[in-house]
Ligand binder design. Sequence first.
Ligand SMILES: Cc1cc2nc3c(=O)[nH]c(=O)nc-3n(C[C@H](O)[C@H](O)[C@H](O)COP(=O)(O)OP(=O)(O)OC[C@H]3O[C@@H](n4cnc5c(N)ncnc54)[C@H](O)[C@@H]3O)c2cc1C
Ligand SMILES: *[C@@H]1O[C@H](CO)[C@@H](O)[C@H](O)[C@H]1NC(C)=O
Ligand SMILES: *[C@@H]1O[C@H](CO)[C@@H](O)[C@H](O)[C@H]1NC(C)=O
Ligand SMILES: *[C@@H]1O[C@H](CO)[C@@H](O)[C@H](O)[C@H]1NC(C)=O
Length: 532
Amino acid sequence: MPFLGLGVVRATLTLSEVEDQISSYLEQNETVAARSLPEVGCAVACGFLAFTLPKRLSYPDSPTYEFQESRYWSQQQALTRPSCRFAPASAQEVSLAVLTSRVTQCKFAVKSGGHAAFSGASNINNGLTIDLINLNKITLSADQKQTSVGAGNVWYDVYTYLQPKGLTTIGGRVSAIGVGGLTLGGGISFFSSRYGWACDNVNTFEVVFADGTIRDVSYSSAYKDLYWALRGGGNNFGIVTRFDLATYPQGNLWAGAKTFIYTPETEAAVNNAFYHLAINSPSDPDGQIIIAYAYAQAQGVFVIATDLQHATPVANPPIFENFTSIPGAVADTLRVTDLAGLTLEFNATNPGGFRQTYWTYTVGNDPDLMSEMVAIYMDEVNKIKDAPGLVPSAVYQPITTGMTKQFSKNGGNPLGLAGQGPLNGRSQAPLYTFMLLLLTLLLVVNIAISWSNAADEERVLAAGKNMVDRSVAAAKARGLDHPYLYQNYASQQQNIFPSYGSDNYAKLKAISAKYDPARVWQKLQPGYFKLG
Ligand SMILES: Cc1cc2nc3c(=O)[nH]c(=O)nc-3n(C[C@H](O)[C@H](O)[C@H](O)COP(=O)(O)OP(=O)(O)OC[C@H]3O[C@@H](n4cnc5c(N)ncnc54)[C@H](O)[C@@H]3O)c2cc1C
Ligand SMILES: *[C@@H]1O[C@H](CO)[C@@H](O)[C@H](O)[C@H]1NC(C)=O
Ligand SMILES: *[C@@H]1O[C@H](CO)[C@@H](O)[C@H](O)[C@H]1NC(C)=O
Ligand SMILES: *[C@@H]1O[C@H](CO)[C@@H](O)[C@H](O)[C@H]1NC(C)=O
């Protein structure tokens, strides 16, 4: 038994080899063996991993465990307490953890940047949390066209590595977001109108399969179908240990936020600017925007933040003319900045440690619908505005034709939006609606609410759900609804995969059945959005 207790794992083991290892561990350890499986599954899994790789395993109340628990963005996830945390430093060690879970039936969760909001997404009560924090390598290829990124990195690490070389990858807009979750759900970056979403810019995924094998999954590999599924399939297809990311030249940006106190006039101007930018986006794919309606509880006023980002260091590009001409901003951070610095600014406006809920829906781009959605948002906020620490926002982003064009790169992704700009995916549209479809672009909405006390959870979540349901109904009444739900913005109450379209949904289930007939990624890893 040379492998046991050495503190290193040099080879990938098979399921039956791990079974033997665990049996012999139990023979040596009367304390664990005295109890019976599966009740003590996690005691055995944690004990075995601690015995085998002592430096990687931590128990509650130890500094390592508590440090890792502090690295979740939402309070709901940070208050989730696994039996132990395992922080593998190689794909082989990840593989060992998966097979250990299979043998012991100890359920697990996987964490990259820990920014998914709801409990259980990347942490698990009384289970095994696999924290990818030690998979932190970043290397650039000799031709500077590909960056290989360990799955435990956050985007700030990637950007600060590439920035001095005049390069970037397509990733998150907030420094502390993980490479893992963002990429597997889609991933909207500052540069997506030019290059597509993060998932469209992965050349190769290094993946630990359910049987413990470690394989490179790319468009040109034997696992082309799995490559497609991973680009939006979330945590349903394996644990990705390394992402090989397409890498592009990138210098400084002109970016920042102009913020206004809400008035009906400002709302009209912002909504008009948003509507036209979505349409005019193809004329300048370097320009992107995010607009956020929010409520400042201390002052009792609604505010509107217009986040503008241009991928060149040139001030006031014409694509933003309708935004930059809006008078009366109370704050303005627009400036020439480096990418990493910009992601720090966004990180500072999204502090951790609070209770959080995220919701999403997708609708057609239309200024009248937009003002209806804003009114619904305000009405629902008014019902909960006394909740201590409440920071509710409704965030709107165009899904530009520049983005969706890239959705068919390398065999496409499963999101169901490829080639789309105009609304479609709707059956039996009458002629008038059909004409509208040709003209209507999509926008993705993120309802993001943070607050302080667990006692308010139910009513805050109800307000989030009402914002979605009422807005979707308003969109339907105008023929501007769309089924797509963006996984990275979705609530635990939303059903993501059917929203990709029935063909893609069926294809995803078939690929899952092919590579994981035992349904390890769903049954032993119960958290987050599950296929089927
Ligand atoms: C402040 C903030 C800003 C955001 N900004 C953006 C943005 O600019 N663009 C955008 O598109 N989205 C954005 N999001 C949404 C973000 O993409 C999701 O929250 C995403 O899930 C976060 O990824 P993570 O790795 O940090 O999260 P985690 O909570 O670590 O992971 C999320 C899920 O992915 C799974 N997972 C993570 N890594 C792996 C892996 N290597 N293999 C298998 N499964 C894995 C986890 O098990 C978990 O179920 C933002 C979210 C927040 C809170
Ligand atoms: C045996 O298991 C117990 C409980 O998990 C643990 O405290 C002890 O350290 C283990 N001993 C060995 C040799 O692994
Ligand atoms: C600005 O808005 C006007 C309508 O008010 C529109 O015609 C024009 O195309 C918009 N410009 C841009 C760059 O979106
Ligand atoms: C992001 O902000 C949090 C505070 O909410 C801070 O603890 C963390 O260090 C920041 N991370 C990065 C990478 O900027």
